[in-house]
Design a protein around this ligand. Sequence first.
Ligand code: GCW
Length: 668
Amino acid sequence: MLTLLPMLATAQSDNLWLNFKTMQEPYVFYFTSKNATFDVIRKELSSVTPNLYTAKKQEKASFLVLDNSQNPAIQGDGFVINADEKNVKIEAKTSAGALYGVYEFLRRRKTGETVIKDLVSNHVYQIRILNHWDNPDGSVERGYAGKSIWFQDGKINFRSDIETYARANASVGINATVIDNVNADPKILSSQMLQGVKTVADRLRPYNIKVYLAVNFSSPAALGGLKTSDPLDKDVIDWWTKKVKEIYTLIPNFGGFLVKANSEGLPGPMDFGRTHADGANMLAKALKPYGGIVMWRAFVYNPQGGDRAKQAYDEFMPLDGKFDDNVIIQIKNGPVDFQPREPFSPLFGAMKNTQIMAELQITQEYLGYSDHLCYLATMWKEFLDYPTYHNGKTVKETTLNQKLTAFSAVANTGNMKNWCGYVMAQSNWYAFGRLAWNPDLTSQQIAKEWINLTLTNDEDAVKKISNIMLRSREAVVDYMTPLGLHHLMGWSDHWGPEPWCAIPGAREDWMPRYYHKAAADGLGFNRSSTGSNAVEQYQEPLKSMFDNPKLCPKEFVLWFHHLPWDYTFDNGNTLWDELVYHYDKGVKEVEAFQNVWTTLKGKVSDPVFNEVTEKLKVQLDEAQWWRDGCLLYFQTFSKMDIPFKTKYTFEECKAKLRTKSYIERQKD
Ligand code: GCW
């Protein structure tokens, strides 16, 4: 018995946030429909009810799940719940809505809420989609939870417990998934592979999850053997038209394509003298008859000189208004690349006649992998709620007033038992789904829900854990890239600090020095009107605010300005003082998290307690390494004092990075 307990507890977090509570009430159930989605509903309810008694007539039942509601408050796959100990009514207009309502009910029951009155819940974004960067060979680009959950050895071979994935997504309303990497292998569209993709789509359909594919723009040539992949070529258009027909014959509810084109060496329409709009619209026309869409990425990153942060705007703004109505431009939250903190991409709000959507990153490529506790809802809320000053809209609002609306994020799943490589990383998948359903939820509320569902209901423990989560992202920013610094991480595998990195022959704008510009005269990238003038891409008054170091929010000051080491802030601190303060504050935060965590023994399961304890040790060590590596390197230019003893010497910091890559460590 004793040995069994920890195993049971482990299984709990392997089950993600799906640990619902048994209901003792003698409910009699009534379901309006019989279909695959209602089979899921029955299964979920059976697992929390000793006996699932059903009635033939609605009047005889006390627990109703309806998908034929006339309630005018319900939109799309939304739902209304009314419940007490005696009667439960979950009503929706679609089976998917009924499923979402059941999950909401189970979630609330888990936290002890038995009386629910007229709870109306409608989704804000229509498409709530995960982007998996999984490759057919089974590897996962920027994945820190093991191998692919979809592919193995060039073929589809999904996790045997893929139902848990489907349930987890449906429970937060995620209704779409791109199963392959945006660095797309043309063979994803081979007939053999599509047969496999069909099996995935069939498994996910009952959960209202549509499958999409990331496609390689040169598939007609690379896979189809055509001479070209020029989007205006008749044979190319024909090839795509036939391919799309083949897909829809297999997968009638196929969602569409996600495309990374003319970025980081991938092919695209510009290889043939065409534009992003030519490329996107050609694919959109092939998909249109079936209701499919194209998500075309704005993450363009090509060597062209100049300021990389300006490129997406420069390339896409001239195309505003030129995209078909089943195209949506997928824009990363920041103008560079999923850094711990970036200002929002200036395309939000500026593209007024084009449908746009945000792309976030759940996988912690630049935020400590699945080793650092870093709750991302706070970062995403900061982004969504930022005022763009375009027609008075926040970033979120700029993505809503259009025919198609969508919200996406790069997944953090893998084939490790616990899906995400760290129980705390599961919270970010959960948070993404909840925000896609309702971006007005607070980070705090989402954290509380997730803790209740996954870790504990103990009030004091919930408070403490939630407090750690809410502070965690700022801590990571502080010990990695405070004050607007960015891209200081290790070469290629993006692990650890390497602001000194210089790889002979490598592209200049892949090198940290390009971004931080540390020199005897100071630190930071001058993107003001006296520099690259990236500030110009923002709407007034942001433009003037970002342009002036005195007005620029301190958290972005080195993003927009190159400042002398003795530059003085309003609080009397020099730039150097502030840097030292923030780097050290980040480390102190992790120490504080550790101190709080030790008080939680017995309040969460032992395996969770031990896992977080171990990971926090790694996080503290890496935070110290980041702090020391960055400060000791910057000190070679500033020649100013570090007012405490570092844990590592500069030489040790460099050596630590080169000892072993993260991927190698994972194999141990
Ligand atoms: O963040 C960078 C990553 C690449 C990724 C690329 C992208 C899929 O380092 O691994 O490629 O962005 O978003 O396309």
